[in-house]
Design a protein around this ligand. Structure first.
Ligand SMILES: Cc1cc2nc3c(=O)[nH]c(=O)nc-3n(C[C@H](O)[C@H](O)[C@H](O)COP(=O)(O)OP(=O)(O)OC[C@H]3O[C@@H](n4cnc5c(N)ncnc54)[C@H](O)[C@@H]3O)c2cc1C
Length: 461
């Protein structure tokens, strides 16, 4: 079997690429290790190729064609110019914006919404948009596309590389069937922020020294207590899914605060959700009956918690709302992934994840919290922050920087065109190529990078 392009991973990155390349007449092999292409209820799995991670770091896997677009909250906006410039991307923001505009047209979204922001009384607000699609594989009708051959529940297990050109990809399924795919032009990895370094560490003999290092994320934490009477003050940064008995029309905006390279976004959220801890447990549990039980149990706990706070609010005793902070993270050599000797169901080595908030992160987060709460004191120090984060924080949903973009092979794993340093026809797309993890949710930027790569490949092939 020979295909012009072989794409591994059918999430937002892989689907945008496959769609664009196929519509320009190229044949595509789209390979995904997921076993489903129908929605299923119990779909937050712990990544099956991860052996171990800290309990506060819970990367999820949907096991569905379309990747994690099945699980996401469809919140789309482009990486801001400020983040882009601070994080030394090796091309210009103008170029990123140009492809974001083309993508907006394709997805019928007003292009200005992707970069909308506002400065008011010294405060900076960033707007985002809820896209009206969920699973991108279905939205783009990938299954019905005649130019795309789908290999569901397959993973590459070996590459044949001659003179730095990949010629063949050997793929395997769980029944141990092997297929040999010949690559006419290029092989593109779109396996997600952890999936990309995982597969590359397994398949490449010649590995870049930065591969798998600098794992960064987008830690979330709820802090502060806000009275009902104070809510109108924060109406701009209220999440639209918060149902209020106040007559407030909500926009999707976040208040952004930064100090040098560090950024945080702030939105008003419900008071700390006790089911977050259950969510961590749910993701890590394998037994189906236990998973179903936990799902129902979490549902009841959330309802009871809501009721408790509703009644409490009547007496103005309990505060129902808090601030949700989400932070950028500085890449650290201490945060990284390693290959282990345990194998996944395709015979690939699983990875261990080492990830934590570093001292520099904590120092800056406290600084940003103080800066953001001038008139609304949130007294917190590093120890309290860490305790709260380990107890109730969220991380692992936006793994980034493990195959980062750079000017040369000492500085990055892929070049400015997302081509792997040291190889002629292998590319990587996903948050793993980000040089730095900002406050902006990553998917629209990932899709923009995928479209940019597709257009470049169409030109040269
Ligand atoms: C609960 C949740 C909420 C989120 N909300 C938002 C949001 O509101 N806005 C936002 O911007 N982002 C959000 N995200 C993040 C978003 O889901 C990801 O950024 C996005 O899905 C990444 O796209 P991707 O194509 O790079 O990777 P993925 O969507 O992870 O897709 C990777 C694909 O590669 C496949 N794969 C992996 N390894 C292999 C292998 N060895 N062989 C074959 N196939 C392989 C996987 O099965 C998967 O289908 C959220 C994530 C979660 C979990």
């Amino acid at each position: 079997m020979i295909f012009d392009f072989v794409i591994v991973g059918s999430g937002p990155a892989g689907c945008v690429l496959a769609d664009e390349l196929s519509k320009n007449g190229f044949s595509i092999a789209l390979i995904d290790r997921a076993s489903n292409d129908k929605p299923h209820a119990i779909n937050h799995f712990f990544c099956p190729y991860v052996n171990k991670s800290p309990n506060y770091y819970t990367p999820v896997f949907s096991d569905e064609m379309g990747g994690n677009s099945l699980l996401w909250h469809s919140k789309v906006y482009l990486l801001s110019e400020n983040e882009f410039k601070n994080y030394s991307w090796p091309f210009r923001y103008k170029e990123l914006k140009k492809y974001s505009n083309i993508l907006s047209k394709k997805f019928k979204i007003n292009k200005n919404l992707m970069v909308k922001s506002e400065r008011k009384n010294d405060l900076y607000y960033r707007y985002s948009h809820r896209a009206d699609f969920r699973n991108i594989y279905k939205y783009l009708n990938i299954k019905q596309n005649k130019k795309i051959k789908i290999f569901k529940e397959f993973s590459p297990v070996k590459l044949k590389i001659i003179n730095n050109n990949v010629k063949n990809v050997i793929i395997r399924n769980t029944k141990n069937d092997l297929e040999n795919i010949e690559v006419n032009y290029d092989l593109i990895f779109c396996c997600g922020g952890l999936g990309n370094p995982h597969i590359l560490l397994n398949l490449l003999e010649k590995k870049n020294k930065n591969l798998g290092k600098f794992l960064s994320d987008h830690p979330h934490i709820n802090l502060g207590k806000i009275k009902m009477s104070e809510l109108p003050e924060f109406k701009k940064i209220l999440k639209p899914n918060i149902k209020l008995n106040l007559n407030i029309k909500t926009n999707e905006a976040a208040l952004i605060v930064n100090s040098r390279k560090y950024f945080c976004g702030i939105q008003l959220d419900y008071k700390i959700d006790p089911t977050r801890k259950l969510l961590r447990l749910f993701i890590k549990i394998k037994n189906l009956k236990l998973r179903i039980f936990l799902r129902f149990f979490s549902f009841f706990v959330r309802k009871i918690n809501g009721l408790f706070h509703m009644v409490g609010a009547l007496w103005k005793k309990y505060y129902k709302y808090s601030f949700e902070y989400f932070f950028s993270q500085s890449p650290s050599i201490k945060n990284r992934i390693y290959l282990t000797n345990n194998l996944d169901k395709f015979g690939l080595k699983k990875i261990d994840i080492k990830w934590d908030l570093q001292n520099e992160d904590l120092k800056n987060y406290i600084n940003l919290i103080e800066k953001s709460s001038k008139n609304k004191k949130i007294l917190i120090n590093k120890d309290v922050f860490l305790r709260k984060f380990y107890k109730n924080g969220l991380a692992g949903q936006h793994p980034s920087c493990t195959t980062k973009i750079g000017k040369n092979h000492n500085d990055g794993v892929v070049n400015k065109d997302l081509k792997l340093f040291g190889y002629n026809n292998m590319y990587v797309v996903g948050s793993s190529v980000f040089p730095y993890n900002g406050y902006t949710n990553p998917t629209w930027t990932i899709m923009t990078l995928a479209l940019r790569l597709a257009k470049k490949l169409i030109k040269i092939r």
